[in-house]
Ligand binder design. Sequence first.
Ligand code: DGL
Length: 251
Amino acid sequence: MKAGVFDSGVGGLTVLKSILNANMFDEIIYYGDTARVPYGVKDKQTIINFSLEALDFFAPHHIDILIIACNTASAYALEEMKEKSPIPVVGVIEPGIQAVKNKITDKDASILVIATKATISSKMYQDKLHACGYTQIQSLATGLFVPIVEEGIKDGEILEATMRYYFSSVSKPPEAIILGCTHFPLIAPAIDVFFKHKSTLIHSGNAIVDYLQKNYGIAQKQIKKQAKLSFYASSNVSSLKETAQKWLSYL
Ligand code: DGL
């Protein structure tokens, strides 16, 4: 089975890594729209237009399923992409919600959603959590984490100051934190320490693996065989490949 993984840039590598670890596909085509990243500060229609163009990119690759690794694209463009695509298109938001449901049974538990400005403005996570009955939801746009991660910073002063800045309104460690942006799994250890190891962190990559298994019957293969991987980008593919080499080895 051949999958496509789409992201606004390099961040989707965190989701790719989970999918690779789960050993689900024979072949994976990764496409990052690096020429136009970040999506997280753009308006709805622009995000939809760019995401629909990604469908055109994948068309000649004859994939069986398209995974939208990008939370921002998932929040705004999933429905449009599904409508226009002849193959299944799966975003990361619903899998994240399912992961919360599996892990957090107390509907009054505090849940923090962190994501880009656009994802938070879409209210997609918040509305879906409310619809599942959760009552204590806090959401924060924490976009500065994106360039911090891309700079290769995973701990230290800059990250700690940024966490203090963003999390000053979070009075106590939440029961669960949705890492609602592709980049955030890379700073999950620092976030975990910040909240004194008291929060359950929800990672889109792991969530989508479970979701693909349960909802699309895509099983993890018993015989471990590395999927054939190809990387494409709308600009500077060599930089994407370099980042992939680094991130896929330590994620
Ligand atoms: N991939 C985006 C997301 O998960 C983060 C980077 C961007 O803003 O494009 O929301």
